[in-house]
Design a protein around this ligand. Sequence first.
Ligand SMILES: [Zn+2]
Length: 424
Amino acid sequence: MEFYRGIILNPIENFNIEYFQDGLMAVDKGKIQFCGEYKIGLKNFQKAKEITRTKQLIIPGLIDLHTHLPQFPAIGKGEGELLPWLNNYIFPLEEKFNNPIFARKVSKRFFKKLKENGTTTAVIFSNSSFESTDIIFQEAKKSGVRVFIGNSLMDINAPHNLIYSIKTNISNMNKLIEKWHFRDDGRLNFIVSPRYAGSCSTELMKEAAKITKQNDLFIQTHLAENQDEIKFIRSTHSFKGSYTELLFDCGIINSKSLLAHCIYLNEKELDIIKQNNASIVHCPTSNRYLQSGIMPFKKYQNKNLKIGLGTDIAGGYNLSILQESKEAIENSKYYRLYLDKTSQILTKQEAFWISTLGNAKILKMDNIIGSLSVGKEADFILFNPEFNNIKEFKNTDEILSELIYSDSFKIKNVAVRGKMIYKS
Ligand SMILES: [Zn+2]
């Protein structure tokens, strides 16, 4: 059994965070056996007396619900809004990602950086090819990180090197499901990934939805990210209702759907998402970088919609979901400042909760990960305090200020299933 002593932050139900100034976590065979006050833990685990390292902060592993691995080299590059940025910078890079040597190099760097940032679970768009997606899976397997990976489905409106017929797209998915889905006891997973309605025919989206249902998979796509994108969808598909209704009619909106962005939705669209128990994935850094808009986080939250967080590399430039949680807070202030004076601001507790247990709930994995509760698999991060000194914090809010806003804690170790996958 392994023991870890230090300050512990543990998300529990309803956006609450348990906080132990002198906490103990016990891990055995990759699972959490105890998480609570050191003094109480010591009664059951005398061996915990031998711990020498006590000046540290312990939190659950972070979960990123939306990112694009092939776009990793494009962070901070390119300009303009979504559609010209995709055409001028991203599609050429995703074509380059068809080269297996390049794909492997980028994948290795990506997973290394992901671990450095404390992400233990990531939901990833690949480019459109089977081979490159297969390489990402191979590198994910080696990295120790939990993943959901899918080939970006595209059959229209993209360079010919990136689009495939519906038949090939389906065959690629089936091969990836067969080879990788639920491997390593569910650490490696396939996710159906129609890129967005601008690059998918309705037939392809319907086929994607069918495969999702047949195999009980998650499905991810982009929705209402940018106003020009919405116009483009209208010119690509002839449909009467809303963008959300188009996806709903194709079978894409369900309880295992991850819908990235969702900035421009009317009440009817929000109702469809809610009634079908689908999830919205907020990517605030990307939304600002690509000048897409500001998602009304609190308005959606007050409607009891499920909202998670994603980094959306390379529209986003943070690989850290903690940084992204800070951006979500700041974005909610901008929304209040510029768009709706009555809107509330996201709290640090909420942002931290969403980055861990909230995102785990969206992946229906909160019985396995997302917090440090007894019985869960031990995905966690150990932070060293700056200057090798740790002070008394009055409450959770005070420590979250240091964790999210200042550089007071450095990631020292990252573990998945109790096994260290990163050491600084
Ligand atoms: Zn995206």
